[in-house]
Design a protein. Sequence first.
Length: 258
Amino acid sequence: MKYKTILLFSVMALVLAASAFAVGNAYATTGCFNDTNGHWAETFICWMKDNGITGGYPDGGYHPNSSVTRAEMAVFMRALRTTGDTYINAGPSNWVPNGAGTHYVTYYTNVVYLRHTGAGSVWFNAMPSIPSSILNAKMYFKGVKVCYDATHGASISNIEVRHFGSSGSILNEVTSTTTRTDSTCVTLNFTSAISLWGGEWGSVAVLVNFPSAAEYVYIRGVTFIISPSAEPAVLGPVNGLRPDVEVPAVISSGSENP
């Protein structure tokens, strides 16, 4: 019994630690429950509600000073594992010219410059490592956020986000053909996210139009968006087959958000 008690308190500490880490500098949602205003743990309790980890009691309260049963802790832990998006940042060194040619990249501390030795339209891409599992939960690849600056003469005419299977086939794709000469961030989401299996990867590619060698585009940041599920992780397809994807290529228009 003593061992079980220690184990229960250890799990509770893990949940609170995870809550504290995720809250960061966020402010508390005031009035999230009728009995938590002014409580020392209000920020963390409200974060748990905002992220779907707890719903409180039917009377509208959280009962912050009540004991937690093993059953309630099981609900918390399941929700903590399967709630919210995870963001994987692709640093400047992930960007490379797509194929052979006269285009190249120049790396700086916080950005990557996309350059060309002359005029023309060429592709650049980034393919960072994306985890297919976190805490043994299967992850779904939802989309990519790209932050860029195309105000220096060169423009972006195409952005492609792809989810590749272990054999190299395209499982999911979203494309934006908007001509971009501004400096902002854009998020491209697949119409329907597909789970990541072992041996699969994602990529983002941009088509840059250079009037001459003097112009350039620079990328400030790229974030791959994945989401956990209640399903267990999968090591990889068996004999190249994925039973949850019936069509080898699921091409979609997806959605675009600033």
